[in-house]
Structure formats: C-alpha cells, structure tokens
Design a binder for this molecule. Sequence first.
Ligand code: AMP
Length: 369
Amino acid sequence: MKKQIKIHDKFFEPFISNQEIERAIAKVAIDINKQYQNKKPLFIGILNGSFLFFADLLKKIDIECEVAFLRVSSYQGTQTTGEVKKILGLDKSIENRDIIIVEDIVDTGITLDRIFNDLQKENPNSIKISTLLFKPKAYTKKIPVDFVGFEVGNEFLVGYGLDYNELGRNLNDIYIISENKMINLVLFGPPGAGKGTQSELIKKRFDLVHLSTGDMFRYHLKNETELGKLAKSYMDGGNLVPDEVVINMIDSRLDYEKGAKGFIFDGFPRTLDQAKALDELLEKKGWEISNMVSLEVDQEELVKRLLLRGKESGRKDDQDESVIRNRMNVYETQTAPLKNYYANQGKHKSVEGTGSIEEISEKIAVAIS
Ligand code: AMP
C-alpha cells in the first residue's frame, strides 16, 4: 500500500488494503449466495460511493439476480449534513421483489433510513442491507444492517468509492484521515550543538520542512542580496541580525510553505521577541509550536567542533575563536533564556547532544512523540 496521501487540504493514511477488501467482499457474497438461493434478488446500488463495492460484490454473486441504482447524497466535506437528497429514482418496479440495498458505508443511517422507507412504500417482499463499511457508533437508526464487510470507528475514510469532496473514489485501498497533528519543532542549542545534522534526520523521519535562519542568511550572503548585505556585518562579528529582519524572513517563508506537515525551526527563535513573534505568526495560521528540544553540549567541546567545522567548510564565523566565543556568549545571554519561555508552556525537553548521531536523533524523536 502507498504511504500517506493528500486530498484537497487533508492528509490520509492507509487503513484497509485492497486485499482485505476483497476478502471481506468474498465473505459477504458467500452469505448472500446462501440466503438468496432461488430468490432472484434485485441489488440496488446507492451511487456514487458504492460503485466499486457493487461491481466487486456482484462479480462474486453466483445466483440469478438483477441490478438497479439509486443516487443520493448526504455529505458535504467531511461532515454529514443530515439532509438526504434523492436525485435519481428507480427505473423498475420492486413490488414483491427481494431487495438488497448495496451501500459503500452506513454512517448515521439517515440516508439509508430514507431510502428504506421510500422503497418499503412500493411493497417489496423483503429489503436487506449490505454495506462494505459500517460505523456502529455513529448509527442512529433501527433498521438492521444485514451484510457488513467491516465495522469501523467514526473517523473519516476515503478511497474505494468513498470521496472527500469528490476526490479519492478511484483509490484501490481505503484511507483514514490523519489526525491533524502538525509537528512544529524548535530545535534549540548553542552553535555547534548539531542542530543542522539532526534537522536533516528528523526532517526525513517526520516529513517536515527544515527552516534554518543561518542557512537562509548564508544563501543571501552568497547571492549578495539586499538582505545578505544587511546581515553580513552582524554575522561576521557573531552577533544577532535584528529581530525584525529575521521575523519578516520567516513570515514570508511560512506563507510559501502552506501545505507543510510541520516545520523544524533551526536557529530560530534566538530572542524572546522572536519567540513571541513566532507564536503569533503560527497562531494566525491556526498552528502552534509542538515541542522545543534543546541539545545540551559542553562549551569547550562546542568550540572544538566549530573550529573543525570552520576548517572543513570554510565558514568564516567558525574560523575565528573570538567570534565563536562571542556567539556562545550571545547564546547564553539572549537565547538560552528561551528554555524558560517554552518550559512555561510545557514544551521544553533537553536532550544530551553528545554520542552517535543516530542515538541523538532517536532521543529527539522520542522527545517529539
Ligand atoms: P547559525 O548558522 O544558526 O549559527 O547562524 C549564523 C548567523 O546567522 C548567526 O550568528 C547570526 O548572525 C545569524 N542568525 C541566524 N539566525 C538568527 C536569528 N534567529 N536571529 C538573529 N540572527 C540570526
């Protein structure tokens, strides 16, 4: 089965595979074949959702039978509207017939109840209901649901005939809506703590967008943009670029990454004002920071790591020990106090930043979960 998918604005994950669907349909067909020997039932498919189930079920029915369709709709978006509209009626008499209604899903039962009562008025011999999916917790009606493929919970499902605003009906498997859990991680720690390395691993694991303000500024510096020229003197001295500049940069980037499942903020926020601004920016979009993980590494170890990185990468602010020490100092005075800001929101966790890269990554993943 495929991994998580996106339909319109929502994410869905695999729930029932096509193989499982086939097995369930085979069982339903065995029951119907047994119960309707010599009865020549009329299968009435409820469109649109039942079209795949109807076709696959009928392929497994080995008694004489007829087919017909009804078209109704009661969903708009992911919420039942409670209102049933019968759009397309039956084109044959059902008097004295044995009817089997074929539904893709029985939810509240409002649609089914209305169809059942309408059909009952035309004096059939019997009406039974078969459905691929049944939501017993949502069901509010008394009519028995006779042939059920799967009982499911109240979550919104899509695929194999079921749609989300008309998309997804053609999926072979059934998908369940992903909980709207965005991971917005502030990966925190002094320069050299390993935020960039860990961001790469965590980003892949949780399918997040990595936003490193340091990388953004280095990009602008390299391309000699206005922003780059503005940031240069601050960066060269190991000082912070003014809050307003960083916040605007993040703001426009968040607008750009609309469909993201979440973000890793790396090197941002670095001051209390930045942290407050980030909360406001996210709130406007209905998002929030889910976790702040701070990587803890001894200062002398950090200086060693940065000097080595300076040699290997040629990064200017990693080559001069006095600039490195100034960055440490800026971190201690302006940035480290943010731990309290996030601790007060119950979001701060510390992770030991020494050991193997994989071990540290695992600890961060646990902290996030
Ligand atoms: P970094 O790669 O995160 O160590 O950032 C390199 C430099 O970019 C920092 O020393 C600052 O001059 C600047 N910078 C990066 N992020 C920020 C931020 N959130 N606020 C202010 N300056 C920043």
